[in-house]
Ligand binder design. Structure first.
Ligand code: ADP
Ligand code: MG
Length: 525
């Protein structure tokens, strides 16, 4: 049977051949980032088409920078990006797990097991391990939280930097967490400053902006009060550019200006009428208005970025107004305090409110270091949020994966038929984390895994993982190598999803990229 015309310009591969090619693509990708896993993982030097370089040890950064064409490789990268978005960590693990699941699946295919049977077995295995995580999770506390955040920074920066970043991130999250234990990340603001050491990074309660009030005659500190946020300014229009007036005499222009000034003052009167103590505008505030504001005892700030005004609005329960004249009482927010302070010679405006907000001032000696510090804060804030919201951790160093694999093997025995083999293959696959951690630390991976499994079984403990310093099994709780349960959970979910999707693909229809012009048969020329 000839191919349908619709497939004429496609390259087609199906069945086992398609699966083999797809798995090869997935494996190539996981091989590429394998060596970055864990605290002993090495860095990658990335160079883009314009010659810019970036040294990183972050799996998702490597993958997102790579120019990858293969659709299955893109699926793996998406899984890693999803992991980054949801769990902020575990991005390398997700890809390594997916690669191993697929490799083991291929071995079963070679033994004659159908990919859809394997997919079903993998789904059962995933559901079973997720069900088992509560059995191995541990309650966290303040001290554990700090070590967990530090573990998530392993391999990035030096120890004292990790310590400060972990502490500051946790403090920031503690400030904004609400009664329901949920954290709105948009209430945490990060200000970066070059100069100073990373260790000088600090967190402040409230929102902090690098601003000074418009006049030093205004109050430096307002305790309790109301705030109005204006998405515009309090300034006279520039006549020559904004309006076309037929001005017959100088007097007309003057009276026009006076009228304008009067309207501005009326706006200030309106602000006073609303009982506003603090005013923040996105645009400018004129000088004559400034003195009137001073007279009325209002603290005012100008040229505040819209993103900052939005943050203030959320924190103070206010709404940005376009025009003061039409503003209503509901638009006005409440604040606990609004202060101008000076830190290391720089002026800051700090607003505290019931809506809770935190500002991290990150320091670094150079722009490059600061960039690295910002990436670390991004990760450690994500991990801190998970810890505070969820409160459970599992042992790292591959311990939790081995503990889950041990349970899975016992479960597999209860499943009749070929799915049993798939569940066993899944158990073998998730143990890959121990092997790769060992490999990257120069430890024999096979012995490391066998030793950890034996030690967990003999001591009946789920906390035994690989101690990368000694190369021997060790108790990860004692060694303080712990991670949020959510990271392991999400890594398993993401990896299984990719593996199953790839196993389900039976047909690959690939449009021919560079279509050549069809040659006309000679008799038609
Ligand atoms: P990912 O992108 O998957 O988070 P990482 O390079 O951050 O990859 O490595 C995380 C892995 O390293 C986790 O499995 C974690 O348990 C392990 N790990 C971190 N620190 C240690 C340590 N001191 N000893 C053993 N394993 C560790
Ligand atoms: Mg990590």
């Amino acid at each position: 049977m000839s191919e349908a015309p619709i497939l004429r310009d496609t390259i087609r591969s199906n069945g086992r051949e398609a699966l083999q090619k797809n798995i090869q693509a997935a494996l190539a990708l996981s091989e590429a980032i394998r060596s970055t896993l864990g605290p002993k993982g090495l860095d990658k030097l990335l160079i883009d088409d314009e010659g810019r370089t970036l040294v990183t040890n972050d799996g998702v950064t490597v993958l997102e920078t790579a120019k990858v064409e293969h659709p299955v490789a893109k699926m793996m990268i998406n899984a890693s990006s999803t992991q980054d978005r949801i769990a902020k960590d575990g991005t390398t693990s997700t890809v390594i797990l997916a690669g191993e699941m697929l490799q083991n699946a291929w071995q079963l295919v070679l033994q004659g097991i159908h990919p859809s049977t394997i997919a079903r077995g993998y789904r059962k295995a995933e559901q079973y391990v997720l069900q088992c995580i509560p059995e191995i999770k541990l309650n966290s506390n303040a001290k554990i939280n700090e070590t967990v955040v530090k573990t998530s920074l392993a391999g990035k920066g030096h120890y004292s930097m990790q310590e400060v970043i972990a502490k500051v991130s946790l403090d920031a999250v503690q400030i904004v967490v609400d009664e329901n234990n949920s954290v709105d990340m948009s209430k945490i603001k990060l200000i970066s400053q070059t100069g100073g050491r990373v260790e000088d990074s600090k967190v402040f309660k409230g929102l902090m902006l690098p601003k000074n009030r418009i006049s030093s005659d205004m109050k430096k500190e307002v305790l309790g009060g109301k705030i109005l946020l204006v998405d515009g300014g309090l300034e006279k229009k520039n006549v020559s550019t904004d309006l076309k007036l037929n001005v017959g005499s100088i007097g007309i222009l003057e009276s026009f200006r006076q009228e304008e000034r009067k309207m501005l003052m009326q706006q200030v009167d309106k602000i006073v009428e609303h009982g506003v103590d603090v005013l923040a505008c996105r645009e400018s505030i004129d000088d004559d208005v400034k003195s009137y504001l001073v007279e009325k005892g209002i603290q005012a700030f100008r040229r505040v970025a819209r993103s900052d005004l939005n943050m203030l609005a959320r924190a103070c329960g206010a709404r940005l107004v376009n025009s003061i004249q039409t503003s209503r009482v509901n638009d006005i927010g409440d604040l606990v305090s609004s202060k101008n302070i000076n830190i290391d010679g720089k002026d800051f405006w700090i607003v505290e409110s019931d809506g809770k907000a935190a500002t991290i001032v990150a320091k670094g000696s150079t722009v490059d270091i600061l960039g690295e510090v910002e990436r670390c804060f991004d990760d450690s804030l994500g991990v801190s949020v998970q810890l505070i919201e969820d409160g459970f951790v599992v042992c790292g160093g591959g311990a939790s994966y081995v503990a889950l694999a041990r349970r899975l093997r016992r479960y597999a025995e209860t499943i009749p038929g070929r799915e049993q083999l798939a569940i066993e293959a899944y158990a073998d696959a998730i143990e890959v984390i121990v092997r790769v951690l060992a490999e990257n630390a120069g430890i024999d991976p096979i012995s490391a895994l066998l030793d950890v499994v034996a030690e967990q079984t003999n001591s009946n403990s789920d906390q035994i993982g690989i101690n990368l310093t000694t190369g021997k099994p060790g108790n990860m709780l004692d060694l303080e190598v712990l991670e949020p349960q959510g990271i392991v959970k999400q890594a398993l979910i993401g990896a299984t999803e990719v593996a199953i999707s790839v196993l389900r693909i039976d047909d690959v229809l690939w449009a021919k990229q560079d279509l050549e012009m069809p040659e006309l048969p000679e008799d038609e020329m």
